[in-house]
Design a protein around this ligand. Structure first.
Ligand code: FAD
Length: 471
């Protein structure tokens, strides 16, 4: 048995950040990652000779921690080109309101909101939002918007925008997870538009997201390199299969983590399964940073993990197209579009004009080359059959620019099935209970996007604090 300073289970962003934090404190962690690469849902690839992100593209800037981390890692931060994104309805696309959170407008009478919804819907929304607040506000985003602004604001703005970003019906999204502080702001201001306005502030509208110049995957790569340079060990294709409590481990105050080489699961978008010769580590510190579906059985060996059944994530898939298409130079739909559910003309749920959105990617593409990401797979839908022809047809409709197969330089189809499981109010309460139990176990930490709130912005500070608490 190998005795080590710390074991981190899971080499996505959360596990990498936790292991890096241990390294900074002078410890030499072992990080176990069941896939063949680190980064998890942050991953890079190459298309038409250009390196780009095939997973997460950036982070929400509402908290400064990820930008601070990028600086500490020596990475340059960049912001998307300033251009509105769009929403597609079969009866006509419109630009997304700029002063808004997840599509909820800060000012119901702003010209871009009027253009999107029309005065009748807005009069009704204003009336609803002026009503006194009930004793108890709904905890899911869909019900909150319906209550304060009505079904049309939910259908035309919040469902396509929040639903597009989080790959889930807004009724499945816990408001406090997808927009921390919104419920308290509604309470303090007395209205939903006023709450959004309070959070957004009066200053000029700045981008809500940022990334690393060159690609988000560079952050995962740099964390990996720096952990190894500081003496940490990163074991890919190695999955943790059991976790034993100090009291039951027979090793004093040490935890015992058993791991084994992995093979790919039948569905390659699911985490691989351990099946090789077991190896064991004893350690005073363990951070569980793998996805919920694998963390739950590991944690159940030491705490009570009974609770709600986890809601499956959408069958997300992307068809990425590299096109020689100077007609797209003007970025006809800003940085991209979200497609409202139920569209008959378009099968895709979103399009991102990657090479227009990120300045470093624009600079990497030779003249006239454009990278488009056409996204499929809504929550509750069965996985769709994907084809490059369908993606070309959808991209043509969405951009308003006819795009043909002879302009195609390269394409990639990427599946992220189930990767973004929504945090429902019930899951959130269950996770809070897990954290309370983990806090009572000396030397044990739990982190990862599913435990810390939504996305990279939330997991970075959480993973750092989790490791720092155990040093
Ligand atoms: C297509 C896409 C786009 C996204 N865009 C954004 C975005 O723009 N901004 C944003 O903030 N977020 C975005 N997200 C979400 C974001 O990527 C995730 O919230 C974040 O990367 C999750 O990191 P994590 O470390 O918690 O989990 P993961 O990345 O899922 O990492 C968990 C790791 O644990 C490993 N593992 C599982 N079981 C075991 C085991 N038994 N032993 C060892 N290892 C194990 C897995 O292989 C995996 O690598 C996006 C996600 C997707 C899929």
């Amino acid at each position: 048995m190998d005795r080590v300073d710390a074991v981190v289970i899971g080499g996505g962003m959360a596990g990498l950040v936790a292991a890096w934090q241990f390294s900074r404190a002078g410890l030499k962690p072992v990080l176990l990652e069941s896939r063949g690469y680190t980064g998890g849902l942050v991953a890079g690839s190459t298309i038409a000779g250009v390196r780009y992100d095939i997973g997460a593209e950036g982070w929400a800037v509402r908290v400064p921690d990820t930008e601070k981390l990028a600086g500490e890692l020596g990475l340059t931060v960049e912001y998307p080109r300033s251009a509105p994104s769009w929403v597609w309805f079969d009866d006509g696309p419109f630009a997304m309101p700029v002063r808004a959170i997840l599509g909820i407008p800060a000012d119901l009478w702003a010209p871009d909101v009027v253009a999107a919804l029309g005065p009748e819907v807005l009069s009704r929304a204003a009336q609803l939002d002026a009503a006194p607040l009930p004793e108890q506000l709904p905890s899911d985003l869909g019900s909150l918007v319906e209550l304060r602004m009505g079904a049309e604001v939910l259908r035309r703005l919040v469902a396509p925008i929040a639903g597009g970003i989080h790959a889930a019906d807004p009724h499945l999204l816990a408001t406090e997870v997808v927009s921390p502080g919104l419920t308290a702001a509604v309470r303090s201001t007395g209205g939903l538009a006023a709450a959004v306005s309070l959070i957004k502030g009066d200053g000029p509208v700045t981008s809500p997201v940022a990334s690393v110049a060159g690609g988000m995957y560079l952050m995962a790569q740099t964390l990996t390199d720096q952990i190894e340079q500081a003496g940490g060990r990163i074991l890919t294709r190695t999955g943790a299969s059991s976790l034993a409590h100090p009291a039951g481990s027979g090793r004093g105050d040490d935890w015992v983590v058993r791991a084994a080489a992995t093979h790919r699961a039948a569905d390659p978008s699911l985490p691989p399964e351990p099946d090789g010769q077991p190896v064991e580590f004893s350690t005073p510190r363990v951070v569980v940073a793998c996805s919920a579906v694998t963390a739950r059985p590991l944690l159940s060996q030491v705490i009570d993990t009974s609770g709600p059944e986890l809601v499956a994530g959408a069958p997300i898939a992307h068809v990425n197209l590299a096109l020689q298409a100077p007609e797209l130079d003007s970025g006809p739909r800003g940085n991209g579009m979200l497609v409202a559910a139920g569209s008959r003309g378009v099968a895709a749920k979103a399009l991102t004009h990657l090479s227009a959105k990120w300045p470093s990617l624009t600079a990497s593409c030779p003249d006239g080359l454009h990278l488009l990401r056409v996204s499929y797979g809504r929550s509750g839908q069965a996985a769709q059959d994907l084809s490059v022809d369908q993606a070309l047809s959808d991209a043509s409709a969405l951009t308003g620019v006819p795009l043909s197969a002879d302009q195609l330089v390269a394409s990639q189809i990427i599946h992220w099935t189930g990767a973004l499981a929504p945090t429902t109010p019930a899951t959130r309460a269950w996770v809070q209970g897990l954290h309370a139990q983990v806090a009572e176990q000396p030397g044990l930490g739990l982190t990862g996007a599913w435990t810390s709130g939504s996305g990279i912005a939330a997991l970075v500070p959480h993973a750092r604090q989790t490791a720092a608490r155990l040093v």
